[in-house]
Design a protein around this ligand. Structure first.
Ligand code: NAG
Ligand code: NAG
Ligand code: NAG
Length: 349
């Protein structure tokens, strides 16, 4: 071999090593790719013995007749999830604070975690308190505070003389997030709100105030602002930062090859396998690209695919109820958010 052949040979070998290494890595543990399997050891808690579970998520209590949906556990490809141990969790966070920040999907995950912890230590003392937008659940024997800051856009909505302004580059709300030991953020569902439940009248980007704009771009802009907040305010030696990924809704059966289904009502089983026919919502890519631009470590709880498979996991008519109420956005508890928390647990232990 002359020098050139030798060079080519080395280059090809290197590419081969890189490619085969990647090949191996994809067969290794990916906690976010897998399928749902029945496990009689689930659910992780009895929803009727979690005294503070909200009516909105109490599907069994609200009369949901089937219960198989409670028996599924998430099986990642290539590995197993370590089962949640509430005592270990509380020991790990002794004297520390945890905060979920976001919309009602954050509330769903927060409730799930408090139920998972409470059922692990049913005799431990706790206090629930609420101050403005922050709800706090404290396990006093451990000094562990699990909080929820309701903040649907992460960026600010400010009342001004012209009306309520959604300010894509302002994040004063971040004052509440300083000094917390673990933060789990989420925003998405409110970005497409229109009409009477849209909680703003104008949207501001830079110095420009508009009546409206492309919502996906607005979402992206807000995530950039939030990423900037993380980079300037987080000390990674003190604070763990997670983003709870895009939680999907199930209002259109076409997406799971059942075009006659107009909602999730009556769904009793997950989609089998690891693929969701309708694909991922476009917001996932926007989120992932925003996260790549952040310098400080932020771990994505990439729960979209595993939740998409759970068309059976929503309250449907067994949530807040009423003849018109159909909830295929939130999740029954016990249920899918327990898995999000179990995955979270696997990252922090
Ligand atoms: C999940 O794994 C399957 C099988 O390896 C693969 O075909 C699929 O593309 C993966 N899905 C994602 C979202 O990574
Ligand atoms: C859940 O708790 C309720 C009330 O304590 C009890 O009646 C019921 O049998 C329990 N269910 C299971 C599956 O343990
Ligand atoms: C459901 O999705 C399909 C395919 O995207 C679309 O053609 C249909 O109009 C949707 N149905 C409803 C009720 O939105």
């Amino acid at each position: 071999m002359d020098l050139w052949d030798c060079f080519i040979f080395t280059a090809i070998s290197l590419v081969w090593v890189l490619v085969s290494h990647r090949g191996n890595a994809s067969e290794e543990c990916d906690l976010f790719n897998g399928s749902w399997v029945i496990d009689e050891a689930y659910p992780l808690y009895n929803s009727s013995s979690c005294p503070f579970i909200e009516r909105e998520f109490s599907c069994q209590k609200n009369g949901r007749p089937d219960s198989l949906y409670n028996k599924y556990t998430w099986k990642p490809l290539g590995c197993d999830l370590q089962r949640f141990n509430g005592v270990k969790f509380l020991e790990r966070f002794r004297g520390k604070s945890i905060m979920f920040v976001g919309d009602s999907l954050s509330r769903n995950q927060w409730q799930s975690l408090t139920c998972m912890l409470h059922s692990s230590v049913p005799n431990a003392n706790y206090i629930i308190a609420r101050e403005e937008d922050v709800s706090a659940f404290t396990f006093t024997d451990y000094g562990v505070k699990v909080m929820l800051d309701r903040n649907v856009y992460l960026v600010d909505v400010v009342r001004e003389p012209i009306g309520r302004v959604l300010k894509l580059q302002s994040i004063e709300g971040g004052k509440l997030w300083k000094g917390i030991d673990m933060l789990i953020f989420n925003t998405w569902h409110w970005w497409n709100r229109r009409g009477p439940t849209q909680p703003w009248d104008y949207i501001q980007i830079g110095n420009e105030i508009r009546k409206d704009m492309d919502r996906m771009l607005a979402f992206q802009e807000a995530l950039t602002t939030w990423g900037g907040w993380v980079d300037s305010n987080i000390d990674p030696t003190k604070t763990l930062v997670f983003f709870q990924g895009i939680s999907p809704s199930h209002y259109n059966g076409t997406s799971w090859n059942e075009p006659r289904a107009k909602s999730c009502v009556g769904q009793q089983e997950p989609v089998a396998g690891s693929r969701f026919p309708g694909g991922l919502p476009p917001a996932v890519d926007v989120l992932k690209s925003a996260l790549r631009k952040i310098t400080k470590p932020v771990k994505l709880l990439d729960i979209t695919l595993l939740s998409l498979l759970r068309k059976d996991g929503h309250p449907s008519i067994y949530g807040l109820g009423g003849p018109t109420a159909m909830d295929c956005s939130h999740w029954c508890l016990a249920g899918v958010p327990d898995t999000w928390n179990e995955i979270l647990y696997n990252f922090i232990l």
